[in-house]
Ligand binder design. Structure first.
Ligand SMILES: CC(C)(COP(=O)(O)OP(=O)(O)OC[C@H]1O[C@@H](n2cnc3c(N)ncnc32)[C@H](O)[C@@H]1OP(=O)(O)O)[C@@H](O)C(=O)NCCC(=O)NCCS
Length: 163
């Protein structure tokens, strides 16, 4: 089934928080409110299948050359079918076109020994994200949630080819 991706609008907020609520093993109760706030403050994208929004991503532009994927989630019923990849590929491609050279994501570190995030880390690794650090505790994250800090380069930052 084809997946299409577009920028989010105010009308997508309710559906995005519904997607968060479909993933109770991945997101705590405070996340829908944070997603609503972040959709208003940052750039968002949604992925659609058969005309329905099934996934979203939110990106914070930290500078002209660096960005963080704050959130990405696929409705639980649609996971594992390439939707997350289609969405992230589009986001990364737009960021590269806009001059971004490095993209960060924070996820749950493997030392948490929590099964649901094994697939999440595999997803980031499959998309070229390299873990560069583990921070525990991370400010704003609940205690007992070691953060894996991962980055992917969209362009070289030194040597031949660097701007
Ligand atoms: C993580 C997430 C966004 C990935 O989206 P998805 O549509 O499920 O993933 P895709 O089908 O595009 O998978 C892409 C690749 O990720 C890896 N992957 C995905 N699911 C996996 C699983 N269950 N086990 C191992 N690897 C997996 C594979 O390398 C896969 O490529 P392949 O299908 O060629 O093997 C989605 O599953 C999700 O919303 N998870 C819960 C919320 C979450 O963890 N968000 C990120 C927080 S940091």
């Amino acid at each position: 089934m084809a997946t299409t991706v577009r920028h989010s609008t105010d009308r997508d907020v309710g559906r995005c928080t519904e997607i968060v609520r479909s993933l109770p093993d991945h997101f705590t109760d405070d996340v829908p409110e944070k997603v609503e706030r972040d959709l208003a403050a940052h750039s968002g994208w949604v992925a659609l299948r058969s005309g329905a929004v099934v996934a979203f991503a939110i990106v914070d532009r930290r500078s002209s050359e660096a960005a963080e994927v704050l959130w990405i989630a696929v409705d639980d019923a649609e996971r594992g079918q390439g939707v997350g990849s289609a969405l992230l590929d589009r986001v990364m491609s737009e960021l590269a076109d806009a001059g971004v050279r490095v993209v960060e994501v924070k996820t749950l570190d493997e030392s948490a020994d929590y099964e649901p995030y094994i697939a999440t880390r595999a997803f980031w690794a499959a998309h070229g994200f390299l873990q560069i650090d583990t921070i525990d505790p991370l400010p704003d994250w609940p205690p007992g949630n070691p953060a894996a800090i991962c980055v992917a380069a969209l362009a070289v930052s030194r040597g031949p080819g660097a701007r």
